[in-house]
Design a protein. Structure first.
Ligand SMILES: O=C(O)c1ccc(O)c(O)c1
Ligand SMILES: [Mg+2]
Length: 577
């Protein structure tokens, strides 16, 4: 299907937008009036520029508060429209979007609205222009898509059809099944946006929180399916108003929009899901030499070294960490994911515009393909062969309480949070588990958890918005059979390694759940879910950008101890922990 995007969806000047949209591979654009008004080029030049870039101008918008008005206002509105028609002829576009009237002065009379829209369509037809009538979710009288369609039917003019916008339809909770009753040729345009579920005024929700399909909670693909069943053959056009996108990199946002449409199209075709990773093969950390000590204290053992690179393998149970002596401050640089089909996973990622990273490989080294996650973390898709690259250490042994990697938490640059969600969902096939906003002493931490295969792979994506700037903390959470036993040992042997937890926390915890008083002495945190599942966890201090968490899940606990995260953040802020 043809793919378009409204210029309002990305940042920049009109020309920057057109260039980025073309570079991302879109076929067409909806030109937003404000972008045109602020552009120094005459419409003819904009038209030529778009054509040079291979973009069609599919629609011009918005034309507001036209219908359902008293006669004297109609004359003025028609004059306004005449100006738009002339402009559109110069721009070379033949479809004008008319939003339902939001003015308190609008008259609630469908016959009047229809008659006036018919007049508009007649005038437009003289210029070879058609009108697409859209119900804004906050329209004064017309705010449901089926109401807009009834008005279009009443007007009964071939040059008047309706524009469907997934946000307006789904934000009101309307059932999109009704779209199938609209003849496809009367659906002149289809605009797509997703959004997180928020309880707020619908206009504010629409103007600030829309996002690309796959980044929010609406079933956009389901709505598109109904629209295609109706016989719609026009473009899929993204129309997103989003405060973050307005500030983000133009090309990157355009590419992300294209990724969302590719993923949506694949979903519609019932394409097989990506080869979903089945576990963590490893986490790789850049190191200056400080991390080996921490890992030893946690019970890890160095079990191998890479023959040609300054990389060490450290193991305990099924947890494998690579320390890469890059000389850079400790940071998580790569994740290895066990994949049932590494080559297929890379191909799938490539089809979703993820950069495949070039690899230098010695002749006998295992083939390991990597892609870049939105924050630059390298993601490797692995089968078992990667381990054979590491010369086994004869003294290597790997037993202890730690059994594997439970989850990895990455901190995203704030303006790529939505991009990260779409990436982990569409490229890796993880499913969203829930999102949270957590208080931090100096701001707010937004956090989304995603998982696959009943928790075999879990990722937590954070953004920190704090007065002091973004905190780039990352952490590796290690699954553990006996957090208390490890804590006892660490408290005795490495007391400085554990993050100290305030006594006030334990006073409150004791009041909520009658927990073992030893938790307080050991600095172990605790959470319990509604089904009685329990979570015991502790944190190490931070080294460079990284800290470790030890977690023990009991009785099917599926969360991440979110209630305790604000305590951790406060302690982390309070010193050089
Ligand atoms: O927020 C608005 O006013 C607005 C304008 C045009 C649209 O197509 C739309 O969906 C919303
Ligand atoms: Mg719209």
């Amino acid at each position: 299907m043809r793919k378009s995007i409204a210029t309002v969806s990305v940042s920049g000047t009109l020309i920057e937008k057109l260039e980025a949209i073309a570079a991302a591979g879109f076929d067409g654009v909806e030109i937003f009036e404000n972008d045109l008004l602020a552009c120094s080029m005459p419409p003819e030049e904009i038209r030529a520029r778009a054509a040079d870039l291979g973009l069609t101008i599919d629609l011009y918008q918005p034309f507001r508060d036209f219908e359902s008005v008293p006669d004297d206002l109609l004359a003025r509105n028609l004059r306004r429209a005449e100006h738009k028609f002339q402009l559109m002829e110069r721009l070379g576009t033949d479809l004008l979007l008319v939003c339902s009237n939001v003015s308190p002065g609008a008259i609630g009379d469908d016959d009047l609205a229809a008659a006036q829209l018919r007049t508009l369509a007649e005038r437009a037809a003289e210029h070879g222009i058609r009108i697409a009538y859209e119900a804004l979710a906050w329209g004064r009288h017309v705010n449901e898509y089926l109401h807009a369609w009834r008005v279009v039917q009443l007007a009964d003019h071939p040059g008047l059809g309706t524009c469907l916008d997934s946000f307006h339809i789904l934000s009101r909770g309307s059932d999109p099944i009704g779209i199938e009753a609209i003849p496809g040729e009367k659906i002149f345009f289809l605009q797509l946006a997703d959004a997180p579920l928020l309880a707020m005024d619908v206009l504010q929700w629409s103007r600030h929180y829309r996002c690309f399909p796959g980044q929010g909670n609406f079933d956009v693909a389901g709505l598109v399916r109904h629209t295609l069943n109706a016989g719609y053959a026009g473009p899929l056009s993204l129309e997103v108003f989003n405060d973050h996108f307005r500030q983000a990199d133009t090309r990157r946002t355009a590419r992300d929009g294209m990724r969302s449409l590719i993923a949506l199209e694949a979903e519609l075709k019932g394409a097989t899901r990506p080869p979903v990773p089945s576990g963590f093969a490893f986490a790789e950390l850049a190191d200056t030499g400080a991390l080996g000590e921490v890992l030893s204290a946690l019970g890890f053992v160095r079990t191998g070294g890479h023959p040609t690179k300054p990389v060490e393998l450290w193991e305990q149970g099924g947890a494998r960490l690579l320390l890469n002596a890059t000389g850079a401050a400790p940071a998580l640089v790569a994740l290895g994911l066990e994949s049932p089909d590494p080559a297929g996973a890379v191909k799938h990622a490539e089809s979703l515009l993820s950069p495949v990273l070039p690899r230098e490989r010695a002749p006998r080294e295992a083939r390991l393909d990597a892609i870049a996650a939105p924050d630059g973390t390298q993601i490797f898709f692995c089968d078992d062969s990667w381990l054979s690259d590491f010369a086994p250490d004869p003294d290597g042994r790997a037993g202890g309480e730690i059994t594997g990697i439970d989850h990895v938490a990455l901190t995203q640059p704030w303006h790529y949070f939505d991009e990260a969600e779409l990436f982990y969902r569409s490229v890796l096939g993880l499913r969203p588990q829930g999102s949270l906003e957590l208080p931090d002493p100096y701001g707010l931490l937004r956090s989304k958890a995603m998982s696959a295969r009943d928790g075999a792979v879990r990722m937590v994506v954070n953004i920190a918005q704090v007065g002091a700037g973004d905190i780039p903390w990352q952490h590796v959470a290690l699954a553990c059979d006996g957090v208390l036993a490890v804590a006892r040992r660490l408290r005795a042997e490495h007391p400085g390694l554990l993050l100290p937890i305030p006594g006030n926390y334990y006073d409150d915890l004791q009041a909520r759940y009658e927990v073992d008083p030893e938790l307080r002495r050991l600095g172990v945190l605790y959470d319990r879910d509604e089904d009685g599942g329990e979570f015991l966890h502790l944190y190490t201090v931070t080294v460079g950008r990284v800290f470790f968490e030890l977690v023990q899940r009991i009785g099917g606990y599926d969360g991440y101890g979110a209630a305790n995260a604000p305590i951790r953040l406060a302690v982390q802020h309070s010193g050089d922990n």
